[in-house]
Design a protein. Sequence first.
Length: 152
Amino acid sequence: MDTMPGPMKLNPETRLALDAIRHSDEPSPVYGLESDRAIELLREVTEPMFEGAALPAAVLMQVRWFVLELARLFRTRYGYALAFQLELLLRKWHDFGVEPNTLQFIVTEVARHVGEGKSGRARIEDARQIAECKVQNAKSGDAETRAAGNED
């Protein structure tokens, strides 16, 4: 039993990315896509990370399977459910023996790139920045509503 990994601590970037996903009101652009298209989009993000990384073949296969599971989650869930499932997925692959910082880096980069695809949304780097954007969007929406009311 000495070979069992201990609990996985999430780094600050991963926590912020998961918090941003958890509090997101809208699904990612990957949500609802066909499986093949979602996998293709996530591979476009992750494959450049693996090129030249000199990862052993077994580890490379593990992280590619991890990306397949990420694609499934991003296309079928959003918000709190997605964040919860991502945490479970991180723990699962950590228990399989994949290095936790690698897993967290992949999740953070995928969340950042998927978040960039949302219209009017800030990058998922800082949960506070996203909250500020929501407040600013709400204020500008109120101003647009008032302006439209004055035009009539």
